[in-house]
Design a protein around this ligand. Structure first.
Ligand code: MLT
Length: 407
């Protein structure tokens, strides 16, 4: 008899953003004349940077001719892209990461979700609350948790992020083996200083833990003091893996390209207590389960690092951040407290009540979609998240409608 992985039965019925999409579609069907403005899921709305489009066209033409056609590429990604990433994202910031420590993939969602596969099933792990649901659900699927009771999974160490700690989690009270961190944070938009990040690196070194550091939103950092990479902290290469993405940086949410940095020094332990290279294990997994990102997509991602590409990306991000500034200004005017939006595209707003009620209120009365904080964890119960990914015009319109509906 074929049997299922019963851990899947512990999961909530559907993924947060699917639930929201379903509710929005139902509303739209019932109210076909309402022009809905989506400030929910963090999905890019601007066209790809011109440099990326040009690289796409050129590489598609290459694929069309026998002489320049490419079949399977290296699973880890083409050297042309890995080298550009190492130089521009790390070495230019004084961080010694080399091209062969970078694994190109089709998304940070997949990588942050898949990385736990190479770790033991019986490790302990900690996640912030609120949290990007992928970190939790993939560990549930892997059987590392108990059941979902009283709004939380058993056997997860939840690190509460509240106004009291400026939405930066405190170190766990007892040792945990695996820690997920995300900065600039999704969903709160909070950022972390280098000194605070160093505490986590020290913790991981002392406890022989591993930090999975999600830096998918680093391109939105405007303050020069805020670290872009965990490797800016000394000693982090031994205890941290970092995830980056072109999705939010260059509008690749539909195009798909991301990368994971697994430094050669980064180790975990076998049951005998011997060190094992995570780089070797991730490489083994990647080569077995993945055949690489398509050549045109990698060429397009490479173009992000051209002179023109850098300028275009900067300008698109500045536009999204102009939206974030407008949302913050409006929340100030409404007297709603919030965090984020200064160095991130997300604004985490105190809804002063149930977050799903606020979601319904904004959808029904303003035609605006937000993300209810409860979907990210119990600490999000009273918050909603607004995303800056939309046109300025739509954000202006949404703010006006919210102002009127909350009167
Ligand atoms: C979000 O809105 O939290 C993100 O867009 C989801 C994702 O990147 O998968």
């Amino acid at each position: 008899m074929i049997r299922i992985n019963e851990n899947y039965l512990k999961l909530q019925a559907s993924y947060l953003f699917s639930t929201i999409a379903k509710r929005v579609n139902e509303f739209q069907n019932q109210n076909p004349d309402t022009e809905i403005i989506k400030l929910g899921i963090g999905d890019a709305t601007r066209g790809l940077p011109a440099a990326c489009v040009e690289a796409f066209h050129t590489s598609v033409d290459e694929m069309a001719a026998d002489a320049t056609f490419r079949g399977y590429g290296p699973e880890q990604g083409y050297p042309f892209l890995r080298e550009k990433i190492a130089e521009n994202d790390f070495q230019a910031r004084g961080v010694d990461i080399s091209a062969d420590e970078i694994f190109i993939s089709d998304g940070a969602k997949c990588d942050t979700g898949n990385f736990q596969e190479i770790l033991s099933a019986d490790i302990t792990f900690a996640v912030p609350d609120p949290v990007y649901p992928v970190y939790v659900d993939t560990n549930v699927m892997a059987g590392r948790t108990g059941n979902f009771e009283n709004d939380r999974f058993q056997n997860i160490v939840y690190l509460e992020c509240t106004r009291d700690n400026n939405f930066i989690p405190d170190l766990p009270k007892k040792p945990v083996d695996l820690i997920y961190l995300c900065f600039p944070n999704n969903p709160t938009g909070a950022t972390i200083s280098k000194a605070e990040l160093a505490k986590w690196v020290d913790y991981a070194r002392v406890n022989k833990s591993l930090i999975l550091f999600d830096a998918a939103y680093e391109a939105f950092i405007r303050d020069d003091e805020i670290p872009h990479s965990i490797y800016e902290v000394d000693g982090a290469k031994e205890v941290a893996v970092e995830f980056r993405s072109f999705s939010k940086t260059a509008g690749f949410t539909g195009t798909r390209c991301a990368f994971t940095v697994v430094p050669r020094q980064c180790m975990a332990y076998d049951s005998q207590g011997n060190q094992q290279s995570l780089h070797a294990l991730w490489n083994r997994r990647h080569c077995t389960k993945f055949n690489g990102v398509s050549y045109p997509v990698q060429r397009a991602a490479e173009a992000v690092y051209s002179d023109a590409g850098k300028l275009q990306v900067k300008s698109i991000i500045a536009d999204y951040m102009k939206n974030a500034d407008l949302i913050r200004k409006e929340m100030d005017a409404l007297g709603l407290s919030y965090v984020g939006g200064e160095n991130s595209p997300y604004i985490w707003i105190d809804a002063k009540g149930n977050s799903w009620d606020m979601f319904d209120n904004l959808l029904n009365n303003a035609g605006v979609v937000c993300t209810p904080g409860a979907g990210f964890g119990t600490c999000g119960d009273q918050y909603i998240r607004l995303s800056a990914f939309n046109s300025y015009e739509n954000v202006e319109k949404a703010m006006k409608r919210i102002r009127e509906s909350l009167k």
